[in-house]
Design a protein around this ligand. Structure first.
Ligand code: S3P
Length: 168
């Protein structure tokens, strides 16, 4: 038969700081695919930074851009690193559920807080207690990641290199 193997297009999900972009970059290099970082894609398209978009247009407008961006990139042959909140939208979840493999880099709020504390490029943790905000996100988002993911990797227990090996 002339049937060809479907191209592998892994998509990474998980909370802020779980390593979607950096592990995505290494994974893309290994698979000889480009990496599409959804946040960067949005920033380039809007010609504004994430904090600027949040400040000027609000989170809801950002979420619309995020859905539009996901629709545009989902069928490209690439590794896709999503933003932590991409699973909040039902439309996005449906898109992710129809796509495989979706890989959840699962990490505890304690692990993540140490990594992202004070990051000025992340408007959702710009003010207040980072750990507490992450704990709230865990409540809301863990079930959503769970609903979309084909594979779950315990990011906190493994070094980046090991996570990469496990994905491969
Ligand atoms: C967000 C995560 C960010 C970015 C935006 C909102 C979130 O992406 O999309 O600041 O809601 O968790 P990262 O997960 O890459 O930090």
């Amino acid at each position: 038969s002339t049937e060809q193997a479907l191209p592998l297009r892994p998509i990474l999900v998980g909370l802020m700081g779980s390593g979607k972009s950096s592990i995505g970059k290494r994974l893309a290099a290994k698979l000889d695919l480009p990496l599409i970082d959804l946040d960067e894609y949005i920033v380039e398209k809007a010609d504004r930074s994430i904090p600027e978009i949040f400040e000027q247009d609000g989170e809801l407008a950002f979420r619309k851009m995020e859905t539009e961006a996901l629709c545009e990139v989902i069928s490209k042959p690439a590794v896709i690193a999503t933003g932590g909140g991409a699973v909040l939208s039902e439309t996005n979840r449906r898109i992710l559920q129809e796509h495989s493999p979706v890989i959840w880099l699962k990490a505890s709020p304690e692990f993540l807080a140490r990594r992202i504390e004070g990051d000025s490029n992340r408007p959702l943790i710009a003010e207040g207690d980072t750990l507490k905000k992450l704990q709230e996100q865990v409540e809301v988002r863990y079930p959503l990641y769970e609903a979309c993911a084909d594979f779950v990797l315990p990011r906190g227990d493994m070094k980046k290199k090991q996570v990469l090996q496990a994905i491969l």
